[in-house]
Design a protein. Structure first.
Length: 206
């Protein structure tokens, strides 16, 4: 059965492979899969993991603003043994020409930290005049991103750095919104391939 699930932060299509009859904690069976190909589907990802154990569900995460894959997913195995086997066999291997990271999902943030991240998300002012900023260093925060664009004389409406759901870990991309179309064009011409926190960023229309 395939069902579509939408949330505030992401769009995810969930492919359910089997009912969850395990009593083992899901946090110990749920795997983070990073650096996946942008075109891979839930079904394709589940098929790869089934070669190493029973898959309960696979979720490729999508950004709700751009609609593009965020290049990471969560795969929940039926047992902890299956999860460990998948990590051992698939971590640092190539899927679709990309070396993927596979590990148990991080422990949830303390409630105060998670609340702060949710507050940052809710403060973002969306606009049709918006750019996608990719290849961000892990050290780049929402404030750093906003200041970087503002310091060049751009009139930034809002900015945000996307985070891996439930953690403080940066997803490596963000968005900057503006009030005018001309600001979008200026931002792309000024900041695409610019260096921020030691990394060359990509800036294009969101």
């Amino acid at each position: 059965m395939v069902r579509v699930k939408k949330s505030k932060a992401t769009f995810a299509i969930t492919a359910v492979a089997s009912a969850n009859t395990s009593r083992e904690p899901e946090t110990e069976r749920r795997l983070y899969v990073g650096n996946i190909p942008r075109t891979i589907t839930n079904e394709e990802l589940a098929k790869i993991f089934r070669e190493h154990g029973s898959v309960e569900k696979a979720e490729v995460m999508y950004d709700k603003y751009s609609g593009r894959s965020r290049r990471f997913a969560f795969v929940t195995m039926t047992t902890v043994n299956d999860a460990n086997a998948a990590i051992q066999k698939l971590n640092e291997t190539e899927i679709g020409g990309r070396k993927v990271k596979v590990n148990v999902t991080e422990k949830p943030l303390r409630s105060i930290d998670l609340s702060q991240l949710q507050d940052d998300e809710s403060k973002f002012i969306d606009s049709p005049y918006k750019v996608y900023v990719g290849n961000l260093a892990k050290t780049v925060t929402t404030d750093i991103l906003s200041k970087f664009f503002s310091d060049k004389g751009k009139k930034v409406l809002s900015a945000k750095v996307s985070r891996v759901p439930g953690t403080s870990k940066s997803s490596g991309f963000g968005f900057v919104s503006f009030s005018l179309e001309e600001d979008v064009e200026d931002a792309i011409s000024t900041f695409n391939n610019a260096i921020l926190e030691g990394q060359k960023i990509r800036v294009n229309r969101a």
